[in-house]
Write a protein that binds this ligand. Structure first.
Ligand SMILES: CC(C)(COP(=O)(O)OP(=O)(O)OC[C@H]1O[C@@H](n2cnc3c(N)ncnc32)[C@H](O)[C@@H]1OP(=O)(O)O)[C@@H](O)C(=O)NCCC(=O)NCCS
Length: 179
């Protein structure tokens, strides 16, 4: 039986993370990452190993005091459908809970995967401004086609920035009801 390990990433995982994420980015299923953005954020990452070999990764970026983002979650094509994606995501969510973060979100092309993990699809415009920080560098900024998903980990009285954005962003129009 294969031995599966989910663990915090180390700097020597950087090449494997970049190769997996950027190969998938070339297929158009996720956004690319630069070497610097992985190395600088290596403490955000967990990796999956199968029998000691790299098999997947995912990162948790703390955006603000009440929200974190799951980023760059990916499993090697030959290791899919074995539960690794779920286990990586659960490790990231557990980390968010340990940090006391109330909500976890993601931008994704596979909302069905996140729905299996207790996330729900939400309007981009329902998310706080802070989560769009990285969008400024995204080639698809003006035509965002990723789906926003959100999972509430704990309810916080008077949590800041929970309402719709106060200003529309290009590619992220406010829903009619919020105008
Ligand atoms: C999405 C991805 C990470 C899933 O990894 P995985 O290890 O194959 O997924 P798991 O085996 O852990 O699946 C967990 C659950 O999600 C479901 N699921 C997996 N991929 C799915 C998809 N694309 N759409 C809908 N549901 C999906 C599985 O059926 C499973 O459901 P179950 O628990 O009821 O059996 C993997 O397919 C991948 O790397 N895709 C390319 C990169 C990508 O799209 N990343 C998403 C973030 S942008």
């Amino acid at each position: 039986m294969a031995e599966i390990l989910i663990r915090p990433a180390r700097v020597d995982d950087t090449t494997d993370i970049l190769e997996l994420v950027n190969a998938l980015a070339r297929e158009g299923v996720m956004l690319p990452r630069s070497p610097a953005s992985v190395i600088e954020k290596i403490r955000d990452f967990h990796v999956a190993e199968v029998d000691g070999d790299f098999a997947g990764c995912g990162a948790l970026a703390v955006i603000w005091s009440d929200i974190a983002e799951v980023r760059s979650i990916a499993v090697s094509p030959e290791q899919r459908a074995l539960g690794l994606g779920r286990r990586i995501a659960e490790a990231l969510i557990a980390e968010a809970e340990t940090l006391g973060v109330a909500r976890v979100m993601a931008f994704t092309y596979v909302p069905g995967f996140f729905e299996k993990l207790g996330f729900e699809v939400v309007e981009h415009a329902s998310l706080p401004h802070k989560v769009f920080g990285d969008c400024l560098d995204c080639p698809k900024f003006h035509q965002c086609d990723e789906v926003a998903v959100l999972r509430i980990l704990k309810l916080v009285d008077g949590a800041p920035e929970r309402g719709p954005l106060s200003l529309p962003l290009p590619g992220h129009p406010l829903p009619k009801a919020a105008k």
